[in-house]
Design a binder for this molecule. Structure first.
Ligand code: GLA
Length: 386
């Protein structure tokens, strides 16, 4: 990672002076005094096309940092304190843009236009059949071959009382097979209480389908050489979506009670993950399913709590979305070389992707993911550390 800081934006709470589109250039050096909060812009290399990639490091007053690049709107790092106040990076990712371009399984990226799967890459909308890119054992996954995780976003630091980065991208009519020009805005705000708020917004000029999420992989121990199997999880969800062998929901909403999918009480990830007597565990190769939140109010409410006992880190996930995909890094196999040269092995990261249900465009009984012109798609998810 290139670290030469090209620009410092010091947004002091008392002296709010950040320009809407461009951080205020106050000094070229790190300030001597600890700023209340800041956004630092630095060079993150370039794409094979020559396009420059920038890293924006959001820092709150406590010292929590979140690094976001404009390629894929990707969270490349995130530091959180352990029980002794030690800040460590708790996300999987790469040290350089080359790593991301070479191919990673959506580490930290914005996922869209449709997060998760659409069966056979086909759906009907307003009497027309649309054919999407098929990129996952016969199905469409995470927006296709060049989804939102692989495009350049326009990044704009925002003024306000917390470090905020707005990313925008316009997905063209027909891109990866989807109808309509879709204008997307994703805003990351690092709050003073060690929470990252992600606001998603989209509008279209033709009826389309939308399901946006973030695909951060967490290892709350700060040691991604170790698995996440000892992390303790609570999911506020009393049903989940069973899938077929290709991970497409069958349509059933199955109660979690009495299954390895019951996280209504705290369980370690590892406790039942290898219970292959359970068909769904077999199909997922572990956990790779959407849980339906018990509270269907669509307000920002607690969906998940994850505790890593050794470091004492606790992460809460709040969302306005109806479901959460809990994926336990079952496809990680040591092939991807991540930050500090660590080869991410099987189950060394987990994801909590807040979303609508997978394959909703083909399942009329699921909450709709259709977005029409004159409607605004708007969701919020918060990842909070305590
Ligand atoms: C998602 C999917 C998984 C897998 C990962 C990326 O979370 O549900 O099946 O494709 O992304 O490897």
């Amino acid at each position: 990672m290139k670290t030469n800081t090209s620009l410092w934006a010091i947004c002091l709470l008392a002296l709010m002076s950040c320009n809407q589109n461009q951080p205020t250039q106050q000094t070229t050096e790190k300030p001597a005094a600890t700023p209340t909060f800041s956004i630092e812009k630095s060079d993150f290399g370039s794409l094979p096309t020559g396009e420059a990639v920038s890293l924006y490091t959001l820092r709150n007053k406590n010292g929590m940092t979140v690094g976001i690049i404009n390629y894929g709107g990707t969270i490349v790092s995130w530091t959180a304190p352990d029980k002794n106040g030690k800040y460590e990076d708790i996300t999987l990712g790469c040290d350089s843009i080359e790593g991301y371009v070479k191919g990673v399984p959506y580490f930290g990226a914005i996922v869209g236009r449709y997060g998760n799967r659409i069966a056979k890459g086909k759906f009907n909308l307003e009497g027309k059949t649309y054919t999407l890119a098929v990129n996952n054992i016969g199905n469409h996954l995470h927006g296709g071959i060049k989804g939102f995780d692989k495009v350049m976003w326009t990044a704009m630091p925002q003024s306000g009382s917390d470090p905020t980065l707005k990313l925008t991208y316009t997905s063209k009519d027909g891109e990866e097979g989807y109808p309509g020009n879709l204008a997307v805005e994703v805003t990351y705000t690092l709050l003073a209480d060690n929470a990252l708020k992600i606001d998603y917004k989209a509008t279209t000029d033709k009826a389309t389908v939308v399901n946006l999420t973030n695909h951060a992989y967490f290892n709350l121990s700060g040691k991604p050489e170790s698995t996440i199997l000892d992390h303790e999880v609570v999911l506020n969800a009393d049903r989940f979506l069973p899938v077929d062998k290709t991970l497409i929901p069958t349509g059933e909403l199955k109660p979690v009670a009495g299954t390895p999918f019951d996280f209504t009480k705290k369980y370690t990830i590892g406790a039942r993950i290898n219970d292959t007597t359970d068909t769904q565990i077999r199909y997922g190769g572990g956990y790779d399913h959407a849980w339906i939140l018990t509270d269907n109010s669509k307000t920002l409410r607690l969906a998940a709590t994850v505790t890593e006992p050794t470091s004492g880190r606790v992460m809460e996930v709040l969302t306005t979305e109806p479901a959460i995909q809990f994926y336990t890094g079952n496809f990680l196999n040591g092939e991807v070389i991540g930050k500090k040269g660590v080869k991410y092995q099987h189950r060394t990261g987990f994801c909590l992707e807040t979303e609508h249900y997978p394959d909703s465009p083909n399942k009329p009984a699921f909450p709709t993911t259709t977005l029409k012109p004159n409607e605004v798609y708007q969701t919020t998810t918060v990842y909070k550390f305590r």
